[in-house]
Write a protein of this length. Structure first.
Length: 93
């Protein structure tokens, strides 16, 4: 991946985008999102509230979260949903 930023560089803009643009959209449906980690240009998030386990959560990740990250920050970013209970395995594995 030819990401021109380090994961640390991405932390603030990604967190801000999630906080100001993505989270409010999800809150309209009773959902929430938490930024867990950024590693190698992959943004690890956890869907919460009504979004956790929702049948549309895959679409939410792709068409809301990933689309906004690619559009506003960098086109090569990808999103990984961290399911509750899988944090240690995914983030530290």
């Amino acid at each position: 991946m030819s990401m021109p930023f380090t994961d640390e560089d991405l932390q603030e803009p990604v967190a801000k985008l999630i906080e100001t643009k993505i989270a409010p959209m999800m809150a309209q449906d009773g959902g929430a999102i938490e930024l867990m980690q950024i590693k190698d240009g992959r943004v690890f998030v956890q869907l919460k509230g009504n979004c956790n386990g929702c049948a549309a959560s895959g679409s939410t990740l792709k068409y809301i979260v990933e689309k906004n990250l690619k559009e506003f920050i960098h086109p090569e970013l990808s999103v990984v949903n961290v399911l509750p209970g899988m944090e240690d395995e995914i983030l530290n594995g």
